[in-house]
Design a protein. Structure first.
Length: 124
């Protein structure tokens, strides 16, 4: 993608000297479709997002140990924003990047095979 963008910038830089490119997959995946790849590596029972957020919210004065055991507490507001969003992500504008990168345009949404591969590579 970066190579695509650099090549595109050679022809667009004069007309648009300052341009930002968000390298984010423009295709979103349904979380439910990815759960099997996660539960293959973790003995967990998936719960609805709202239930998970309520559980995290119950940690009023999180201790250092709480933060180690539940690192999501550190970015709880981020997860709350996701839960309140009208649409699934990405929330980053990728129109310019897709125009500049054939690779990004051709990306597919993350699927269970790719997620399983990542879980394996990350040694979970």
């Amino acid at each position: 993608m970066i190579t695509d963008i650099v090549r595109t910038r050679r022809t667009t830089q004069e007309d648009e000297p300052c341009a930002a490119f968000h390298i984010v997959n423009p295709k979103s995946a349904d979380w439910q479709s990815l759960v099997p790849a996660v539960t293959k590596y973790f003995d967990v029972e998936p719960v609805p997002l709202q239930q998970w957020l309520q559980t995290l919210d119950s940690f009023v004065n999180a201790t250092e140990e709480d933060l180690r055991n539940k690192p999501a507490l550190k970015i709880l507001d981020f997860f709350k924003a996701i839960a309140m969003a009208d649409e699934p992500g990405p929330w980053t504008e990728t129109t310019r990047t897709q125009k500049a990168s054939k690779t990004l345009r051709q990306l597919k949404a993350i699927d269970v095979v790719l997620m399983d591969n990542w879980m394996n590579q990350w040694n979970f």
